[in-house]
Design a protein around this ligand. Structure first.
Ligand SMILES: [Fe+2]
Length: 468
């Protein structure tokens, strides 16, 4: 899990252990996570500080060919001669002046390029939310290098969202200095990216994901504060300084895509919002489904999991529905399922529209009993309230599922789910395929990797045909 991956630069077939690969799966499954756990032969101090690696599995005529490579992350030039590279989360710069200067010099930190992927205009990017994108060659997985796309100011979030009406991706970046500011970017299918809008933000917040519906971009700002005294004077790393503030409000910012000046904000009870599942709107309201925690213990879990302690969050992540009334600018929130889940996914052909199926990594059955990494995959149906575990094993770790729509699609659930999972005792990593149209709880094919693979956070599916 936390050992540096041995690269596989050339594509070769993945072994099929069970079943067979449907021939109508044609395209590439890409996944990204931390693949390197040391810098200058010293272990990294935080999971998120390690350099990213990308897995690509090509599905062609019933066969799967895989390769994976580490991303050649860029060294902060200023610090090369002064000592080890700095991770953003687990290490603080030595000396008060370097700590102060690093708060506005983002280049002081390693751009670890390890969190998520974006495929835009036939280009592939590895994303790390506090830094600019890193471009990767899609065919070779070679690192082409960081790029600001001639528009990005310092930060570019890990979760760009595609917006069908404008045929564009939208994404955001949150800058702290010189004044906290939320920058919203538009990346059209054709033409150059642009800065759609910038909103000054009063203070510090946690924003990992956001929502894009037909007419609105919505941000959920969680009350997480990085204490400047602990960071600058005491020299504590960021991961130890980020605190969820239970006495503060969360804030929702709603931005009309066609009229961003006319945005509005709503205060609500403190919640940690991590990943959006889907969002859609009509004349009356915006609906956003996403994972929320009642406190910040999930941030603590991320720190302890890396240390091998697997301390459980006191509050499970659960799928919630936010409804924002457009007329009276009010918000309501309800929990949709009791299951503890994360990284919800869906058929992306339905993104921005009413949908009926989510698939998520999660914890077995009872929300209060979750611990360690996700040990199952759920199918969740928010309109019927039905949920079922479709894959699970207490001896295995499951990562975010990716939905592969069938090219001849008959309904929303017509496709396959691709799930990478790791058996702890066998120390073997698998890729399982489930047919969500016929029987979502049956593995129709299981492939195995030739070596144990570090955990991957997020992935994407690039179909060979435009309709897939
Ligand atoms: Fe994420």
């Amino acid at each position: 899990m936390f050992n540096t991956v041995l690269e596989k630069p050339e594509k070769s077939p993945l072994q099929i252990d069970q079943g067979k690969i449907p021939e109508d799966i044609e395209g590439s499954l890409l996944r990204i996570g931390v693949g390197e756990f040391s810098q200058f032969d010293k272990p990294t101090q935080h999971w998120f500080d390690g350099a990213g690696y990308v897995i690509n599995v090509d599905f062609i005529k019933g066969k799967a060919f895989a390769q994976w490579k580490l991303i050649d992350v860029q060294s902060p030039v200023e610090l090369n001669s002064q000592g080890p590279l700095l991770g953003r989360f687990g290490l603080a710069p030595k000396g008060l002046w370097r700590r102060i200067s690093s708060t506005w010099n983002y280049d002081a930190y390693l751009n670890s390029a390890n969190t998520a992927l974006l495929h835009w205009q036939n280009r592939l990017f590895a994303l790390y939310e506090g830094s600019i994108p890193t471009e990767i060659d899609f065919n070779s997985l070679d690192t082409l290098g960081p790029t600001d796309l001639e528009v990005v100011k310092r930060a570019f979030s890990a979760h760009p969202k595609y917006h069908m009406p404008t045929r564009s991706y939208y994404n955001f970046g949150f800058r702290v200095l010189p004044k906290p500011c939320l920058d919203i970017y538009k990346l059209p299918d054709e033409g150059s990216p642009s800065l759609l809008y910038s909103i000054p933000y009063n203070g510090c917040t946690f924003m990992h994901d956001f929502a894009v519906s037909k007419n609105f971009i919505t941000f959920f700002c969680s009350p997480v504060f990085a204490h400047p005294w602990a960071m600058l004077v005491q020299g504590k790393p960021l991961s130890e300084c980020m605190k969820f503030q239970t006495q503060k409000f969360s804030e929702v910012i709603v931005i009309p895509i066609q009229d961003p000046e006319n945005h509005f904000k709503i205060k609500t009870s403190p919640m940690l919002f991590t990943h959006t599942a889907n969002s859609y709107d009509d004349d009356e309201k915006i609906t956003i489904d996403g994972v929320m925690y009642k406190d910040g213990s999930n941030l603590d879990w991320i720190n302890t999991a890396f240390l091998g302690e697997h301390q459980s969050p006191t509050s499970p992540g659960q799928l919630h529905r936010l409804e924002i009334s457009i007329d009276d600018k009010s918000l309501s929130s309800k929990q949709l399922f009791e299951e503890a889940i994360e990284v919800p996914q869906m058929n992306l052909h339905y993104l921005g529209q009413l949908n009926h199926f989510y698939y998520a990594a999660g914890y077995d059955k009872i929300a209060e009993k979750h611990e360690g990494f996700y040990n199952c995959i759920y199918q969740l149906e928010p309109h019927s309230g039905q949920s079922k575990q479709i894959l699970g094993d207490s001896k295995q770790i499951f990562s975010e599922p990716v939905f592969l729509p069938r090219s001849t699609q008959r309904s929303e659930q017509d496709g396959y789910l691709a799930v990478v999972h790791h058996h702890l005792e066998a120390n073997t990593t698998f890729l399982s395929l489930l047919d969500t149209y016929e029987d979502s709880s049956k593995v129709i094919c299981r492939l195995s990797f030739e070596q144990p693979m570090p955990f991957t956070f997020h992935g994407l599916w690039k179909a060979l045909s435009p309709s897939g």
